[in-house]
Design a protein around this ligand. Structure first.
Ligand SMILES: Cc1cc2nc3c(=O)[nH]c(=O)nc-3n(C[C@H](O)[C@H](O)[C@H](O)COP(=O)(O)OP(=O)(O)OC[C@H]3O[C@@H](n4cnc5c(N)ncnc54)[C@H](O)[C@@H]3O)c2cc1C
Length: 399
């Protein structure tokens, strides 16, 4: 491996400055209001407006398009800090980041010129849509179709599910089957760049039903998209004419960086649960001393802290390998699996440490406990990560 172990968590001066800025932003602007937005399930518009001003929608978009041109490692550091504040905030940038990645890696010059400058400022935000009511993990099993019209456009039909930022995004990267008979199925799948008016729930060929009610990850909307003859022009096939039939491969590539992104979210959530547990356990007294001084509690803290460190190391390693142009599929899977499980475990331990108050909506951990399980599902469940990790380990260690 080209990356030395001791460099995984080191930061350049630029990375230190930007993560410190985002940490302060989370402390001052996100954490104090997260509960309010969560309880009302309200989109955090003022926070998103500030994020636009900070340039957070263009972190990885090249400078020539108006972005910051930073790498995946720096992006992961930023995502950790945002998620430490509230994972719904990182959810607003997450799908946008995947959309920008798809365009930067596979888009035509015209597509990049058309979308990236407005994406860099956050003027338009992106979503991506693979999942359907009957299909999530088994992406090749999607049923949505795309067929050529006599006028040369593509017509999309089918129902999509769980589209994060589905209503308020201005463009959605939609995976559909242009050749439902293709064998293997992935060869007949194409990614379409669907433009729409943010916030409008009905346009010709597309209906967006009311947002799905969720246990956590509130504020940011997850919606269905119902396509019924929605027309997409030929030049909005991702990658142009050569992109027809490439959608599955393009999306799987993007999900690999998406996994690093979810891992970073896991680190942020696990870190915040640790901070809350450290504080509460030193304040709360039981049997004549702070509960932190009971060994059972200090062991919980020890395990929580160790999880955070290990999750961060795995995440940084996966991000740095990707930035260095090395294979990172195995590492991204490991980071996503471990960091998301760590977030869920730290949230539960922090809730236990809070005793009855952990179950009260007055305390931040109640929200974190509901938010954390999302990370076990998105960008591939833990079971799917284990399948990927097992397969990659065997591939790399053939006898
Ligand atoms: C809040 C939220 C936001 C989301 N945002 C988006 C989004 O923006 N865009 C998008 O496209 N999707 C999104 N998703 C969908 C998400 O990617 C899927 O839910 C996920 O991929 C799992 O698919 P599924 O829910 O259909 O579960 P299924 O695939 O039906 O799986 C059900 C269970 O079976 C297990 N399982 C499945 N196959 C196997 C196997 N071969 N071996 C062992 N176990 C298996 C799974 O691990 C899981 O435990 C979102 C989901 C949520 C909850």
């Amino acid at each position: 491996m080209a990356v030395a172990a001791d460099t995984y968590t080191q930061k350049t001066d630029e990375q230190k400055a930007i993560t410190e800025m985002v940490r302060q932003f989370a402390d001052n602007e996100i954490i104090p209001v997260a509960e309010e937005y969560d309880h009302e399930d309200k989109f955090p518009e003022p926070i998103v407006e500030q994020m636009k001003e900070l340039g957070l929608f263009g972190v990885t978009i090249p400078e020539e398009y108006g972005g910051m041109g930073l790498d995946l490692t720096t992006y992961a550091m930023i995502v950790e800090e945002l998620s430490r504040g509230w994972i719904s905030i990182s959810g607003v940038v997450n799908t946008h980041f995947i959309g920008s990645y798809l365009l930067m890696k596979f888009g035509t010059e015209e597509q990049k010129d058309h979308f990236l400058p407005r994406m860099a400022t956050g003027e338009i935000r992106a979503a991506f849509s693979l999942s359907e009511p009957e299909v999530g993990s088994d992406v090749q099993g999607i049923k949505s179709t795309a067929k050529k019209t006599d006028g040369g456009n593509w017509e999309l039909n089918g129902q999509k599910m769980w589209v994060t930022n589905g209503l308020l995004s201005g463009l959605v990267f939609v995976l559909a089957k242009n050749d439902p008979k293709a064998d293997p199925p992935y060869k007949g799948m194409t990614c379409f760049i669907c433009e729409k008016e943010p916030g409008v729930d009905k346009v010709p060929g597309l209906t967006i039903p009311p947002k799905i009610k969720k246990m956590g990850y509130k504020g940011v909307e997850s919606t269905e998209l119902v396509f019924d003859g929605f027309e997409v022009s030929e030049d909005r096939v991702l990658g142009g004419p050569d992109g027809v039939g490439q959608g599955f491969v393009q999306m799987m590539d993007a999900l690999e960086v998406g996994r690093v992104n979810v891992a970073a979210r896991g680190v942020g959530v696990a870190q915040r649960a640790l901070e809350l547990a450290l504080r509460y356990s030193q304040e709360r007294k039981a049997f004549g001393k702070p509960i932190a001084q009971h060994q059972a509690i200090s062991f919980k803290l020890a395990e929580m802290g160790t999880r955070v460190e290990a999750a961060r190391l795995l995440t940084m390693k996966a991000a740095r390998l990707k930035d260095a142009g090395e294979r990172s599929d195995l590492e991204a899977g490991m980071a996503k699996l471990f960091a998301s499980e760590s977030a869920k475990e730290n949230a539960e331990e922090c809730l236990r440490i809070h005793g009855g108050y952990g179950y009260s909506k007055e305390y931040e951990i109640e929200r974190i406990y509901r938010d954390a399980p999302l990370l076990l599902i998105g960008e591939g469940t833990s079971e799917i990560q284990k399948m990927v990790i097992g397969r990659k380990l065997l591939e790399r260690n053939k006898i």
